[in-house]
Every structure is written in C-alpha cells, then in structure tokens.
Design a protein around this ligand. Structure first.
Ligand SMILES: *Cc1c(COP(=O)(O)O)cnc(C)c1O
Length: 244
C-alpha cells in the first residue's frame, strides 16, 4: 500500500469512530509519527498531505526538521531532556510531554530568552501517567493540580500556551483494554478545565491514541492521535519496532 492508501484507510477509521459517538472528524488532528523514517520518506508523507509530524528524539528529528522547515507543524512527543529544550523550542510548535518541574523551569527560561520565528506560539500538553505504569513517563494524576498551579505561578512568555493533556496507554492485546486510560485522561481534563493556567482556552486538547488503539481513543474524545506504524507502508523503514 502507498502512503496515500494508508492515509485513506486511517482517515476512514477515524471518521467511523467519530460517527459511532457523534463527533466531527474535523476535531481529530492526525499527528504522523515520522521517527521510523528518513527525510526522503518523510517528504512522501508531506506530499501525501500530512501536515503534522511527530518525533520523539531531537537527534532523529534534526535532519527532517531542518529540511522541511515551515511546511510542517512539528510535534515533540517523547521524553525531552533539558539539554535539548533549545532546538525543540526553536523548531517545534507542540510539546506533548511536559512531565516534570525541571522541564517547566527549563522551558520558562528558554522561552523567555528566544524570539520564536515570526512570533508564533509554542503549545504544551501535560503528559499524565494515567495507568500508573512505572516504566512510562508522565506525572501521576494526583500531581496534576500542583503542576498546573506551579506553571500558572511563573512569569511566562506570552507565547507559551498551555493547551491540554497527553497520555500513553500501556501495550495491551485488545485496544478495548486501553479505554479506561483514555477515559481517565478525559476525566482529568474535565476536572481541571477551569484552571487559570489555560488562559481561557476553550477546547483543551487530548493527545491520546497510537496505532493499536486510536479508534478507542477517538471514541473517548481524543483531539490528537499520534500514529506511526499504521502509516508505514511498503516504503516503510522496515524497522517498525518501537525505538524506545
Ligand atoms: C512512537 C510513538 C507513537 C507512535 O506509535 P505507533 O505505535 O507507531 O503508532 C506515539 N506516541 C509516542 C509518544 C511515541 O513515542
């Protein structure tokens, strides 16, 4: 299958998941995870109409980010080391993995210093470890309130927009088993919807759902799905294994 065919397949599934729960498919953004492929293949994805690409490591992203520049909206979805904050803030528009105070501090410092090209906003999502897995990053649900309070208490660059939440479900055999986790994130969003840190943003994002479970995530309210393996066709990198 070509990337065009795969994209059509995935979009069809997202549309049907939306129809099952009465949602508008326009409310689900597809973040195509390009960490498995090189710049040449990523170019095919962009020509096929993908506009949002996700990467989980700066080292792997660098060449692609530098070759597509402003054509693509870049999403950083992996664990972000504080020594990589600088290039990420410069090249990416979204950070899905805000998961600790030291990263908040590093972002506050860096965003206060740099002039982002064209004065564009930098959006961040709080990553929550809903399932309580020890191996997964993200803050525990009970710490969400404190983290939001802390961020709200900072003097923040006006370009730094707090925009919602992200989670990763554990690997499960049946997608249905991930539903509790997605529902849990939606409940956290609802609980904190009135927090002043959002600065009146009306629709908070829910970044949840990967290749094995995105339809369930959409049914539970995902506004962004992060898809890698399901988009890899014959032209894929072969190594569809998780890079982590
Ligand atoms: C790799 C990755 C994805 C994509 O996973 P697939 O199973 O390939 O769809 C999504 N989110 C994060 C954080 C990732 O690291």
């Amino acid at each position: 299958m070509t990337i065009e065919e795969r994209l059509e397949f995935v979009k069809g599934r997202i549309a049907r998941a939306c129809a099952r729960v009465g949602r508008d498919p326009g409310g689900v953004r597809l973040v195509a995870v390009s960490k498995y492929i090189d710049a040449l293949q990523a170019g095919r994805w962009v020509r096929a109409g993908l506009t949002d690409l996700g990467e989980n490591r700066w080292r792997v992203a660098k060449e692609k980010v530098e070759s597509f520049g402003g054509e693509v909206t870049w999403h950083f979805i992996g664990h972000l080391q504080t020594n990589k904050v600088k290039p990420v803030v410069e090249h990416f528009t979204w950070l899905h993995s805000l998961d600790r105070l030291s990263l908040v501090d590093a972002l506050a410092k860096r965003l206060g210093e740099v002039e982002l090209a064209g004065g564009r906003p930098f959006y961040t999502l709080v990553q929550v470890n809903v399932a309580g897995e020890e191996t997964k990053s993200g803050i525990p649900p009970e710490d969400v309130g404190d983290l939001l309070d802390y961020i709200h208490g900072l003097r923040r660059s006006p370009r730094w927009k707090m925009a919602g939440f992200m989670t990763m479900a554990p690997r499960v055999r049946e997608a249905e088993e991930a539903r509790e986790v997605f529902r849990g994130l939606r409940e956290i969003r609802d609980r904190f919807a009135d927090h002043p840190v959002w600065e009146g943003r009306s629709a908070l994002e829910l970044s949840m759902g990967m290749s094995d479970d995105y339809e369930v995530a959409v049914e539970e309210g995902a506004t962004m799905v992060r898809l890698g393996r399901v988009l890899l066709g014959d032209e894929g990198a072969g190594g569809a294994a998780d890079s982590e």
